[in-house]
Design a protein around this ligand. Structure first.
Ligand SMILES: [Zn+2]
Length: 394
């Protein structure tokens, strides 16, 4: 549900479908809110709608600047930027760290995390200063709600430009401050984590930042409910969930980073020949009870086939097709790669299994998403056990 809208400095800018909905919501709110936070009073109505849409567009441009600030600074530190995606309440900059390392150096990480919110604060301060210097008030016109007769008509649009400037300035300041709340994975939470990581390990820092983030979102939720700001309460709940999800993801990634592909792969791989008919293949799957198999031609791996690939062909026609007709491209990995690299590789190609090839390109195993999940589960439960024992023996 992503649409690529532009490429800036080689970074693809994508927009998620939810983003359009929020854009309309923002434009709508601007039309029903009175001065100085909206254009409810503006006549004729067509000018009101144009001003509201213009403000919404410009606000989303500043959201993009926020993400670009993260991206450009990370890039200058040698990281690779995969993409920027704008979605319903903000953006995500997908950063790939240099040398395949999961974590950036803490002080660089801190700067990258700060760059986004700071850019909003600078934009906010500059816009409000412009209004102040030109009109003597941050609101621009003293009271745009009292529209004078001569300002109605052609001049209406230009008359309300200071209100657009005020709204953008105020929203940017708010956005900058809000993003700095110490709730991981928001920017403020990342700043906190980077700051903690300078003193301890990234693992400890993430754990602490996640806990502080959860605590903060609970406080935010309670305040929101007590003050009847229910939208904020929903946002706080969302932040709580993202904090705990991010914590779990980090834990899983840490476990996977410490395991090698060769230790968890399935070594005795059963392959099917490319000439096998789909009927025979499905019978074979029922016997072996695995969903996916490498496909070989004269003993060399040429593809990958799963039950789902076979299911695409109508049952009555399966006798006429062979495995070769439906197989997919193979992706491979080295046995000495980490399980985290395998996980990332599967994610990048949206596939469930990789073939393990040695230096001579011989297939020595297969590794699936299930293997990774089992490894996470086992490692985690043994770690818990070890901890319990420690507690028991003092
Ligand atoms: Zn940010």
């Amino acid at each position: 549900m992503n649409y690529k809208i532009a490429t800036i400095k080689g970074i693809p800018i994508r927009v998620h479908i939810t983003f359009f909905l929020v854009f309309l919501l923002f434009a709508f709110i601007f039309t029903i809110t009175g001065w100085p936070f909206g254009f409810q009073h503006v006549e004729p109505s067509i000018v009101r709608y144009i001003l509201a849409c213009l403000t919404a567009v410009l606000f989303f441009v500043t959201l993009l600047i926020h993400e670009l600030a993260h991206a450009v600074l990370a890039k200058s530190y040698g990281a690779k930027i995969q993409s920027i995606t704008l979605f319903f309440f903000g953006g995500i900059t997908a950063i790939e760290n240099p040398e395949n390392k999961r974590d950036m150096d803490p002080s660089k990480d801190l700067n990258v995390s700060l760059a986004g919110p700071l850019s909003n604060m600078v934009i906010g301060a500059v816009l409000l200063a412009i209004n102040y210097l030109v009109f003597g008030s941050i609101f621009g016109v003293p009271d745009a709600a009292n529209q004078t007769a001569e300002s109605i008509g052609i001049a209406t649009f230009t008359y309300h430009i200071p209100t657009v400037i005020f709204l953008l300035g105020a929203l940017n300041l708010l956005l900058g401050i809000f993003n700095l709340l110490p709730i991981y994975p928001m920017d403020g939470g990342r700043v906190l984590r980077a700051w903690l990581a300078k003193r301890t390990s990234y693992e400890e820092a993430t754990k602490t930042a996640v806990s502080i983030g959860k605590g903060f979102s609970v406080v935010l939720a309670v305040i929101s409910i007590l003050t009847f700001q229910f939208l904020f309460a929903i946002l706080a709940l969302f932040l709580y969930i993202s904090a705990s999800e991010e914590g779990k993801m980090f834990k899983a990634a840490t476990i996977l980073e410490g395991i090698f592909v060769k230790d968890i792969m399935t070594a005795d791989v059963v392959a099917v020949d490319e000439s096998m008919s789909l009927n025979d293949f499905i019978r074979f799957v029922f016997q072996k009870k695995h969903p996916g198999y490498p496909v070989t031609k004269n003993g060399i791996v040429v593809g990958m086939v799963t039950v789902d690939d076979a299911r695409f062909v109508n049952e009555a026609e399966r006798y006429a097709f062979t495995v070769k007709d439906v197989m997919k491209e193979i992706f491979s990995i080295r046995p000495d790669a980490t399980a985290l690299e395998a996980f990332n590789e599967m994610g990048a190609h949206a596939i469930g299994r990789l073939i393990v090839l040695d230096d001579e390109k011989n297939m020595i195993g297969i590794i699936s998403r299930t293997d990774l999940m089992t490894a996470i589960y086992l490692k985690d439960s043994f770690k818990e056990k070890a901890k319990q024992k420690e507690d028991f023996f003092g």
